[in-house]
Design a protein around this ligand. Structure first.
Ligand SMILES: Cc1cc2nc3c(=O)[nH]c(=O)nc-3n(C[C@H](O)[C@H](O)[C@H](O)COP(=O)(O)OP(=O)(O)OC[C@H]3O[C@@H](n4cnc5c(N)ncnc54)[C@H](O)[C@@H]3O)c2cc1C
Length: 393
C-alpha cells in the first residue's frame, strides 16, 4: 500500500468526520484504520435507554459511512513507533505514515468496579453507555413499579459523561406519568459535587432532580457490585455505604484511554490520554502526530458537539503544517445536552473555561424547551449522517 498522506486511527465520530473533511479540503491519500463493522451515532443511545429510539436508528454499516476516496483498513492499531513513523496493527501489519491522527476514543475500565461486568452479564445492571446492554435499559426501567433504582454519572475521562442523566430524567418523567414515582427510591451517584460543574446547567438540573425527588449522592463512586445480592458499595469522601435490594442499576462503567497510547510513549502520564496541545491539537512530543475526540484530552468535557470545532481546526492545521502558515486554535468548545422531561432538553455550550459559547445568539439554550429536545432527538441525527460525517460542518 502507498504511504497515506494522513493516517487516521479510529472510525468513530472524530475519525470519519475528519476523513471526510480532509478529502473536501483537498487532501488525497486519507486512510482510516478501524476494527468495527458498525458505526454508531452514540447520542441516540440515551434515547434508546429512555424508550424514544431504537438501535436501528443509530447504527449504520461502517462501509456506508467511510467517505468516497478514503481507504478503510479493517484492523486495530496495537502500537505506534513515532521514531520510525509507523504503526503496528493487531493483525500484524506495519503501516507507514507522514501524518498520524489518533482518535480511538475511550474504552471501558471494568477493573475499576469489581463485580460490575458480572452484573451486566446477569442483566441486573445495564446502561446506555454499553451498547450491548442498551436495549435492555428501557424495558427494565419502564416495568419498575416500586423499590430502589440507582443511576450513575461516570467520572472523567468519559464520553460526554453528564448525558448519562438523560435516561434518569426520561424514566422519572415516565414514572410520574404512570403514578409510581412516589413508590420508587431513585438514587443518583455523582462523581463530583454537582452534575456538570457548570453553574448554568447545574441550576436547571438540580431543580429537576429535586422536583422528581431523586436522592443525590455526591462525590460518590461505586466501589464494588454484587449481582447476586443486588447490592452496590458506594465510596465517598464521608465513607462507604452499601445500597442493597436495588431492583435495577443503570451503572455506567468507568473509562480510560487505550493502553497502547501510553505504551507508545504518547500519553499524558496524569490522564493516560494523548499528550496533545489543547489549542493546536498537535502532540506535544511529535510534530507529525495529532489527536482529537474523547482520547485527546483537549477539552475538560469531551463531546460529539466538540468535534464539530475540532475537526475544522485540525483540517486547517494539517494544511498549514503541510503548506506553511499559522496554526489555528481550538477554544475548547463543548456541549452538554440533557433531557429534563420526556420532551424537554437543556443545552449548555461552553468553552474550555466554562464561559458560555452559544451557537444561536439571543436564545438561552439552558432553558428546557421542546424545540431543543426535538433538535437533539430528530434534527441532529440527520445533520450527523448527512453533514457532519460528510465533512460539511
Ligand atoms: C451514551 C453516550 C451518549 C452521548 N451523548 C452525547 C450527546 O448527546 N451529545 C454529544 O455531543 N456527545 C455525546 N456523546 C459523546 C460522543 O458520542 C463522543 O464524544 C464521540 O463519539 C467521540 O468520538 P471519537 O471518535 O473520539 O470516539 P468514538 O466515537 O468512541 O470512536 C472511536 C473509534 O475508534 C475505534 N478504535 C478503538 N480502538 C482502536 C484501535 N486500537 N485502532 C483503531 N480504531 C480503534 C473504535 O472502534 C471507535 O469506533 C455520547 C456518548 C455516549 C457513549
Amino acid at each position: 500500500m502507498a504511504q497515506p498522506e494522513v493516517l487516521i486511527v479510529g472510525g468513530g465520530n472524530a475519525g470519519i468526520s475528519l476523513a471526510a473533511r480532509l478529502l473536501r479540503d483537498g487532501f488525497s491519500g486519507v486512510t482510516v484504520v478501524a476494527p468495527q463493522p458498525l458505526h454508531r451515532y452514540k447520542p441516540l443511545l440515551n434515547y434508546v435507554g429512555g424508550g424514544e429510539a431504537t438501535m436501528a436508528d443509530l447504527e449504520r454499516p461502517m462501509a456506508d459511512v467511510v467517505p468516497d476516496g478514503c481507504t478503510w483498513i479493517r484492523d486495530a492499531v496495537a502500537a505506534v513507533d513515532p521514531d520510525a513513523s509507523t504503526v503496528r496493527t493487531r493483525l500484524g501489519r506495519t503501516l507507514r505514515y507522514s501524518t498520524l491522527v489518533l482518535c480511538p476514543g475511550l474504552e471501558e475500565d471494568w477493573t475499576a468496579t469489581p463485580g460490575l461486568q458480572e452484573a451486566y452479564a446477569d442483566g441486573w445492571a445495564a446502561s446506555t453507555y454499553v451498547p450491548g446492554s442498551t436495549p435492555q435499559v428501557w424495558p427494565r426501567l419502564r416495568s419498575l413499579r416500586r423499590g430502589s433504582v440507582v443511576f450513575t454519572v461516570p467520572p472523567e475521562p468519559a464520553s460526554c459523561g453528564p448525558t448519562a442523566l438523560k435516561p434518569l430524567f426520561l424514566a422519572c418523567d415516565h414514572w410520574r406519568r404512570a403514578g409510581v414515582l412516589a413508590d420508587l427510591e431513585v438514587r443518583l451517584l455523582l462523581p463530583e459535587a454537582t452534575p456538570t460543574g457548570l453553574p448554568q446547567a447545574d441550576d436547571v438540573l438540580e431543580r429537576a432532580l429535586a422536583d422528581y425527588g431523586v436522592e443525590v449522592l455526591r462525590q460518590s463512586r461505586i466501589e464494588r457490585v454484587d449481582a447476586d445480592l443486588h447490592s452496590l458499595t458506594v465510596g465517598s469522601s464521608t465513607g462507604a455505604r452499601v445500597l442493597d435490594d436495588v431492583a435495577f442499576a443503570h451503572a455506567v462503567p468507568h473509562y480510560r484511554a487505550p493502553s497502547w497510547i501510553a505504551g507508545s510513549g504518547l500519553a499524558d502520564p496524569a490522564t493516560g490520554l494523548v499528550d496533545t496541545d489543547t489549542e493546536t491539537l498537535r502532540s506535544r512530543r511529535h510534530g507529525s502526530i495529532w489527536a482529537i475526540g474523547d482520547a485527546a484530552g483537549v477539552t475538560p468535557r469531551p463531546s460529539g458537539g466538540a468535534l464539530r470545532k475540532q475537526v475544522a481546526v485540525l483540517s486547517a492545521n494539517l494544511r498549514a503544517a503541510r503548506d506553511g502558515g499559522a496554526l489555528q486554535r481550538y477554544d475548547g468548545y463543548t456541549v452538554v445536552p440533557i433531557t429534563v422531561g420526556r420532551h424537554t432538553l437543556t443545552l449548555t455550550e461552553v468553552d474550555r473555561d466554562g464561559r458560555p459559547s452559544p451557537s444561536v445568539p439571543f436564545v438561552d439554550p439552558t432553558k428546557p424547551r421542546r424545540a431543543t429536545w426535538w433538535f437533539d432527538r430528530y434534527a441532529l441525527p440527520q445533520v450527523y449522517w448527512r453533514r457532519i460525517l460528510r465533512g460539511r460542518v
